[in-house]
Ligand binder design. Structure first.
Ligand code: DX5
Ligand code: ZN
Length: 234
């Protein structure tokens, strides 16, 4: 599930998929070269929306070989880490704003032998990473306020992506930098130039009238060559 510094990985978010044909849609993104599947878990409490839980993850696990990353937009994430781990996820990403004893939560994910991810909302400063970055396999910079697919990209997150990139390069280069929210062919080059290397995309992948494959090709073309350049000029 690791990505090289010079490659951009696509993580389609199934939030925008047609849930009545979930296996089919996942097979389609897999065939189109998706590197992983992003699973948005919402509890109607931490965020206003409610989505899916471990039961769906368990079914998904059976129909794809791709890594599954659970983005937990839930209050008290500690209560559910084990359930998602048992259901077959490869990585668990919790929100810094939702975990009271964050260090313990991250440690629990590590003990479950899952990839340890931490998400930051748009208004949450990158400086919060200072104390925990050595524990992380992935930092997820939210580029919208979490809760819904299809929202507009928040451009003020770009300087933060740059700050996180610098921090990661300095302290923990193996840690992935992922962005999530409002990512499409116009915004993807901007986040990659800022330092993102994993792009979550929901509506841009599943709601493009040209279809999933064409949508993913468009995203890849939009960032082709950029990651290498951005890293090289730093
Ligand atoms: C938002 C979710 C995202 C969402 C992205 O709360 O975390 O993963 O699916 O959707 P798009 O790509 O449509 O903004
Ligand atoms: Zn997400």
């Amino acid at each position: 599930m690791r990505t090289s510094m010079n490659r951009v990985a696509l993580a389609p978010s199934i939030l925008s998929a047609d849930f009545s044909r979930l296996a089919e849609q996942v097979a389609e993104v897999e065939a189109a070269g998706a590197e992983r599947i992003h699973v948005d878990v919402m509890d109607g409490h931490f965020v206003p929306n409610i989505t899916i839980g471990p039961v769906v993850v368990r079914s998904l696990r059976r129909v794809t070989a791709l890594p599954l990353e659970a983005h937990l937009m839930i209050a008290e994430p500690d209560r559910y880490l084990e359930a998602f781990a048992d259901a077959g996820v490869d990585g668990l990403t919790v929100h810094v704003e939702g975990a009271v004893h964050l260090h313990r939560t991250l440690e629990s994910i590590g003990k479950l032998r899952k990839r340890v991810g931490l998400a930051l909302n748009p208004a949450t400063p990158a400086a919060l990473l200072d104390e925990v970055l050595p524990e992380l396999d992935l930092v997820l910079v939210m580029t919208v306020d979490p809760g819904f697919g299809g929202q507009d990209f928040i451009a003020s997150t770009l300087p933060k992506i740059r700050r996180v990139r610098e921090l990661v390069d300095r302290v923990r280069p193996a840690c992935e930098l992922e962005v999530d929210g409002g990512i499409h062919a116009e915004t993807a080059p901007r986040v990659v130039e800022a330092g993102a290397r994993v792009l979550v995309a929901g509506s841009a992948v599943f709601e493009d009238p040209a279809g999933i494959r064409a949508a993913m090709e468009r995203l890849r073309a939009a960032v082709a060559g950029l990651a290498v350049r951005a890293t090289g000029t730093r």
